[in-house]
Design a protein around this ligand. Structure first.
Ligand code: ZN
Length: 248
């Protein structure tokens, strides 16, 4: 079974539509959505409607939690906080109720899913091997998918052995179209990048396909101008529209 792993959609309907189309082409039968469905972007009801229709396991991110009053806005920068407050004003009762029902972590037979990290599922950024080390301590075995940083990236920890890199945490680049084959006995932390607000310098939307044995990143071009127009029309901070064009 192929599972499409998506994160950080951030109310970008144009990016989500393009990603779902590609996921279907790639044979995805299920979806894992790692949170931050809303925030930053200007189409919160549109993306929630799309996500609700998927055969999916769906998490809340810090922006979703802030929108429903379960995460303190003082942790957000001014543009992010403004977008949360705008989202609170415009979303439908159905969207609000849906977001209220989500949590920032879940576990299934194949993987642990978190928005931030296993240590702090709502808020911690796994940005390097040092933060990853704390997460691996809480990951008994196998596989964890995480989001929140908006940067596609994988960390691996293989059992201690003769090779000098065994027993140490490695960062593994995730390149689009290059499958990362999962080795037995090795633990992995994998970030599929962001659908709606990539921050690795590549403005294309990102998703990962997990087939039980490997994880492959895919990047998809979408109508960035459409998402930007909605952000400007909503009166949200200009920077939130600008950054979509450069992937930062
Ligand atoms: Zn996010």
């Amino acid at each position: 079974m192929r599972i499409a792993v998506l994160s950080d959609i951030h109310a970008n309907r144009e990016a989500l539509d393009a990603i779902l189309e590609r996921a279907t082409e790639l044979g995805a039968e299920r979806y894992w959505v790692l949170g931050d469905i809303v925030g930053y972007g200007a189409d919160p009801d549109g993306v929630v409607e799309q996500v609700r229709a998927l055969p999916a396991e769906v998490l809340a991110g810090n922006h979703d939690l802030a929108t429903v009053g379960l995460f303190d806005l003082e942790w957000f920068n001014a543009a992010a906080a403004a977008a949360v407050q705008w989202t609170q004003q415009v979303i439908s009762g159905t969207t609000l109720e849906y977001l209220e029902g989500l949590t920032p972590s879940s576990e299934n037979e194949q993987a642990l899913l978190v928005h931030g990290s296993p240590r702090d599922p709502a808020a911690e950024y796994v940005t390097d091997v040092f933060v990853a080390a704390a997460s691996f301590e809480l990951l008994a075995d196998g596989l964890c998918f995480f989001g929140h940083t908006h940067v596609p990236r994988a960390f691996a920890l293989s059992p201690a052995g003769d090779h000098p890199m065994e027993g140490r945490i490695r960062e593994i680049p995730l390149d689009a179209g290059e499958p990362l084959r999962l080795a037995g006995g090795t633990r992995y932390l994998i970030n599929p990048g962001s659908v709606g607000q990539p921050r690795d310098g590549d403005p294309r939307a990102a998703l990962a396909i997990f087939d039980g044995e490997s994880v492959t990143l895919h990047r998809v071009s979408y109508a960035v101008e459409g998402a930007q127009r909605k952000i400007r029309r909503a009166g949200l901070p200009e920077w939130l529209a600008d950054r979509l064009a450069v992937g930062r």
